[in-house]
Design a protein around this ligand. Structure first.
Ligand code: HPA
Length: 272
């Protein structure tokens, strides 16, 4: 099906079921239950949205939840689509485009990732200042969707400066501080090798993960403001003398989730 038609068809179903929203939030590993904080929430399973892929990662519910948070209309994704699951990059960003159709102007993207910067520690939260991608693919490849944005979108400031400053101020007011750095996307699903992590560090990465970049690209293409916040769930491969495992990632994400949710709440409350 023509991509524009697929987006419009999905958006029609979503808007009929959930209404519109001004803020979109993509909830990464362990954060899914933040959607429970929405008042007057309405839910829609991805499996009930025509053209939507199905979330296959354990711990990702596969649900869009829309409601009110501190007087603002927000839609949250419980579960996202990853390139490593075998979806196309257009599949990965379909929800972002549907959110844009819902009226979303600000997208908050969250994730779990590995720390590359040696001054980071598991459990730290990091404001994403910029991205690097080593996937070699881009969701904007193919015919440009002129209804969303230009053929050659500017990416010189993907992550909104004002929102980044607000995240830092909010954390400070809540009694902790945030790291800030460059997020580098590898395709996954294997964790990186120590050599890849040394390469990423030389290239300027502070953290590595398997998501977020395509969503941020599609959001910027369609003119949204983007805030990215990562949870450093583990030190990246080869930094510590221990193997990496998904359990460590979910364990740290769970340990930090109350602080993470508090930060999101504070940012959304004060955001203009
Ligand atoms: N690498 C890639 N993705 C990740 C990691 C990591 O170390 N931790 C959590 N997601």
């Amino acid at each position: 099906m023509d991509e524009m038609k697929r987006i419009e068809t999905a958006a029609e179903t979503v808007i009929a079921a959930l209404g519109t929203a001004e803020i979109g939030v993509i909830l990464g590993s362990g954060l899914g239950d933040y959607a429970e904080s929405l008042a007057d929430a309405r839910r829609l399973a991805y499996s009930d949205i025509p053209g939507f892929p199905r979330s296959t990662v354990p711990g990702h519910a596969g649900m869009l939840v829309c409601g009110t948070l501190h007087g603002k209309r927000a839609v949250m994704m419980q579960g996202r689509f990853h390139y490593y699951e075998g979806w196309s990059m257009q599949d990965v960003v379909l929800p972002v485009r549907v959110m844009r159709r819902m009226g979303v102007k600000t997208l908050i993207v969250t994730n779990a990732c590995g720390g590359v910067n040696l001054s980071f520690a598991p459990g730290d939260l990091m404001v994403i200042s910029d991205y690097l991608t080593l996937t070699g693919v881009n969701p904007l490849m193919g015919a440009n969707l002129d209804a969303f944005g230009p053929r050659f979108p500017d990416m010189s400031c993907v992550f909104d400066k004002g929102l980044r400053a607000l995240a830092h101020e909010t954390a400070k007011a809540q009694g902790f501080s945030l790291q800030e750095g460059v997020y580098c996307q590898f395709p996954g699903p294997c964790y990186e090798t120590p050599a890849e992590i040394r390469m990423a560090r030389i290239l300027g990465a502070d953290a590595v993960g398997m998501s977020t970049v395509p969503e941020a690209q599609a959001a910027r293409h369609s003119g949204m403001r983007v805030l990215g916040i990562s949870c450093i769930t583990n030190m990246a491969a080869g930094i510590l003398d221990q193997p990496l495992c998904h359990e460590e990632v979910t364990e740290t994400a769970n340990r930090v989730k109350e602080r993470f949710k508090g930060l999101l709440d504070g940012v959304i409350t004060t955001m203009i």
